[in-house]
Design a protein. Structure first.
Length: 672
């Protein structure tokens, strides 16, 4: 459910994201950041590829390119690192390590489009259960140049990201995070200061302050007395001697009435101490295991009217809500924090928002209970005085795993252009500590010496463009254990991402013409965020055994369409953009893709078995590219350096050539 105080039209993350997808052509997605405790590979791919969130699809080459350009950033708990068999390269995974018995528990979804910034904060993880099965709660925001209410929430969220980048070793290496922060800082500067009364306040725990202290500070602004009533929705509660309600009483005062809502599976984890010793009125409402008919109707509506008849449905409670009632107003918390001391006292990384509402507390609580399907009967009589042992284990409550390589700060994959190899570097730990593990990259064993792996042929990287997003660490003393740790891509590798994403020149051409040919050779989907611009299929059906001259004629026909694509980009840069924005646009949309295409052509030439034919094709295609780049450089002087680099690549790559080819090369160079 969405927060009761939220006035937007969306009642699920799916609905929000479908709205983003519907506007993706006119307002394309530019950046994505996710904070979650754990995630499913498929749901993450759906989110970043602008697919319906319940979809199941195979990642296509064009979508790998889209992800590489988007550079999503994913914060999650390090101990929840999985195989990532379906994840591609060039997205930033930030596994956050915490001390034992605590975790990275924040849940946030930030989507930056060309015109807006959207932020969803709540209880739902990026998993199938979190998105489609559990009872969850969230608050969503959408800002643009005309809608800036509660813009301070975005400012505070950006400051939180900056603190986490500075404080979390795993986030320091994220260049994608820096880019995202710069983009949002630019939007905030454009949108200015909003003078409308602030309705929501961001609450972050585990970043130097506790959520409890922030809650108490916000409460002090609306009341100098203790709350009349405390209302709590939570699936998990303290299992030790200390309980949150005692800390809460010290911070804001003991409430006269305590009303708790949980589900049937969690009742055995509650005792009288969770209601507080000074409380006079105690209410416990339970969400039954059996789904009501009204809830089935809501589920069918959510799933486009599909019938649930005959299906066994179970929905676990995962929502976290806290309401403090004063004489005149209610303070409402929606977020990731369970009703536990760890969640509110700074041990966990938690995130949520507080709002101050003037509505009736009875009406608010009644609507929340109805939305969650809670029973109306007060079953407080079922609660024991104390707990001896509970079978309910908090989703955030686990012990440090023995053997986990905590000494590793980060792992970075580097690229050597001269040798055309890649290698890993491990930051943190001593050689002896690293040497205690067998390290591998998928099926490839790694030999680590002085924190550096052996040189690996770049083709090993090609075969792992999907999957292979982490290294495996197996303790030699405990071979039954296995720990997966993701790695970063060094800047020099990110800059050459197009050379790796596109296996050959044809794939590059098809991408920039807006056509996706899948790995099976069949037409696929268009590029996310781009209109479909199909070209005649015959243009791509090149018979590689046919006459070379015919092949070149076909290529020129195809290349003329490419010239049209990049000429439009050059015109856009020349007429609409200035300063740093112009430079970034030129680099992203002109110099980087065209330089990558030249390098792909060179690679194909070097790997060809028929050197004579390959030499002719390479010089011809690169020469035409050079002549085209010259025309672009006349409009955009910042392209002249890349123009000179292309000319050098053309002459240096083919030291020996016949007279006819040399004449063509001289012609291209004279015109540059």
């Amino acid at each position: 459910m969405k927060s009761d105080t939220d006035m937007t039209q969306f009642d699920s993350l799916k609905a929000i994201y479908m709205d983003v997808i519907a506007k993706n052509i006119s307002d394309p997605i530019e950046k994505i950041l996710v904070m979650t405790y754990e995630f499913d590979d498929q749901q993450l791919l759906n989110l970043i590829c602008a697919r319906p969130l319940e979809d199941d699809f195979e990642l296509r080459r064009n979508q790998r390119k889209f992800i590489a350009d988007l550079k999503p950033v994913i914060f999650y708990d390090a101990r929840k690192t999985r195989e990532f068999n379906r994840l591609p390269h060039f997205l930033d995974l930030v596994p956050v390590r915490t001390k034992p018995f605590s975790c990275h528990h924040s849940k946030a979804y930030l989507i930056v489009t060309g015109q807006s910034v959207r932020l969803v904060l709540g209880s739902l993880n990026l998993t199938y259960s979190g998105l489609f099965k559990n009872r969850e709660v969230f608050t969503d925001f959408c800002w643009n140049k005309d809608e800036t209410e509660d813009l301070q929430v975005l400012r505070d969220f950006v400051e939180l990201l900056k603190r986490q980048r500075a404080d979390i070793p795993q986030a320091v290496a994220s260049e994608a995070l820096i880019e995202l922060l710069n983009v949002i800082d630019g939007r905030l500067a454009q949108w200015g200061v909003n003078h409308v009364k602030v309705r929501h306040t961001l609450v972050a725990s585990g970043t130097g302050t506790s959520g409890l202290s922030q809650l108490a500070e916000r409460w002090s602004l609306i009341s100098t007395s203790a709350p009349k009533r405390l209302f709590v929705v939570s699936p998990f509660f303290d299992q030790g001697d200390g309980v949150l309600i005692d800390l809460l009483g010290s911070a804001v005062g003991a409430a006269d009435a305590v009303h708790i809502v949980t589900d049937e599976r969690s009742v055995s984890a509650i005792c009288k101490k969770h209601f507080g010793a000074a409380t006079r009125d105690r209410i416990l409402n339970v969400i039954p295991v059996q789904i009501s008919q009204q809830e089935r109707i809501r589920i069918e509506k959510f799933n486009d009217g599909r019938s649930t008849e005959g299906l066994h449905l179970e929905r676990k409670l995962h929502a976290k809500i806290l309401v403090l009632e004063s004489e005149m107003e209610c303070l409402v918390y929606i977020g990731s924090a369970n009703f536990t001391s760890k969640a509110w006292n700074g041990d966990n990384f938690e995130l949520g928002v507080i709002s101050v509402e003037t509505c009736s507390a009875d009406t608010l609580i009644r609507r929340i209970c109805a939305g969650l399907g809670a029973g109306s009967e007060n079953v407080y009589s079922r609660v024991p005085d104390t707990l001896t042992l509970s079978d309910i284990v908090d989703d955030e409550d686990y012990v440090e795993e023995t053997g986990y390589p905590n000494f590793i700060e980060r792992i970075v994959l580097h690229y050597d252009e001269i040798s055309e190899t890649v290698h890993f570097r491990i930051d943190g730990g001593t050689p002896d500590e690293i040497g205690a593990y067998d390290v591998s990259w998928g099926s490839l064993p790694l030999s680590i010496s002085e924190r550096r792996s052996q040189d690996i042929l770049s083709k090993e990287f090609y075969v792992r463009l999907v999957g292979g997003r982490n290294l495996s660490f197996v303790p030699k003393a405990q071979p039954a254990l296995r720990f997966c740790i993701p790695f970063w891509h060094a800047p020099e590798l990110v800059q050459k991402k197009d050379e790796f994403v596109f296996p050959n020149a044809d794939d590059w051409l098809q991408y920039y013409l807006g056509i996706d040919i899948d790995d099976g050779g069949q037409p696929g989907e268009h590029i996310p965020g781009e209109p479909v611009s199909p070209k005649p299929q015959a243009m791509f059906e090149v018979d590689r055994e046919s006459n070379v001259i015919i092949q070149m004629q076909r290529y020129l026909s195809l290349f003329s369409a490419i010239e049209g694509v990049f000429t439009k980009k050059a015109d856009e840069a020349d007429k609409l953009l200035f300063g740093d924005e112009r430079s970034m646009f030129v680099r992203k949309h002109l110099t980087e893709p065209i330089n990558a295409y030249a390098k792909i052509l060179k690679r194909e030439f070097q790997q060809s078995r028929n050197k004579k034919t390959a030499q002719l094709e390479f010089c011809f295609k690169l020469g035409e590219l050079l002549l085209f780049f010259r025309s672009l450089a006349e409009k955009l002087p910042e392209l002249q350096a890349s123009q000179a680099a292309l000319a050098s690549l053309l002459t240096d790559s083919v030291p020996e050539m016949d007279a006819g080819l040399k004449s063509y090369i001289n012609y291209c160079n004279q015109n540059n």
